[in-house]
Design a binder for this molecule. Structure first.
Ligand SMILES: [Zn+2]
Length: 182
């Protein structure tokens, strides 16, 4: 890349940032920040609760509690959501989930009865999740198949900001185009 081209590219990313951020809460969409550092993969998911759950308030019925538990179970099965290059032998090493509307006992997984309910903000609510992977063979790590669309069928667009060995890139993923490669 020529210096001028790389300058324009950097400018484009800078301009894109705030514009994308202003439209952060769109039902059916989510945002991913992906950082590849040697054999470490760190992924941050920021999504309207609606895109993952279908509602945006504390579960009010047993059926909604079940729906929330099912969402948490899918998020905790991180290897099903993000499939890295098989030869890199990556393993999920951590998942952290936060959402004000969902009771901590539900977010923690398992079947404990929620002691403390989630907070009903009366507004649009989000969910944040952090996923970490460690890869035994970083040299074989070149792509991640983002399978969020299979797990969460309301989702149809994911905005990705990625920092990989190739630098910083921005990408839009859809159910038909969901592979991050570098
Ligand atoms: Zn909403």
């Amino acid at each position: 890349m020529t210096p001028l081209k790389s300058l324009l590219f950097a400018l484009l990313l800078t301009l894109n940032g705030p514009v994308l951020a202003a439209h952060a809460h769109v039902h059916g969409q989510a945002k991913l920040d992906v950082a590849i550092d040697g054999g470490k993969i760190a992924i941050h998911l920021d999504s309207p609760l609606d895109s993952l759950l279908g509602f945006e308030h504390p579960p009010a019925t047993l059926a909604q509690v079940d729906t929330a538990r099912a969402m948490v179970a899918k998020l905790r099965a991180a290897a099903n959501l993000f499939a890295a290059s098989p030869q890199a032998s990556c393993k999920a090493t951590g998942v952290k989930i936060e959402s004000a509307a969902i009771a901590p006992a539900i977010l923690a997984g398992g079947t404990a009865r929620p002691v403390k309910p989630g907070k009903d903000s009366g507004e649009h609510d989000d969910l944040d999740a952090d996923f970490e992977f460690l890869c035994a063979r970083p040299e074989a790590l070149h792509q991640i198949d983002v399978r969020l669309f299979d797990a969460f069928t309301r989702l149809h667009l994911v905005e990705v900001q990625m920092i990989s060995p190739r630098g910083q890139t921005a990408q839009l993923l859809t159910p038909n185009q969901r592979v991050l490669a570098w």
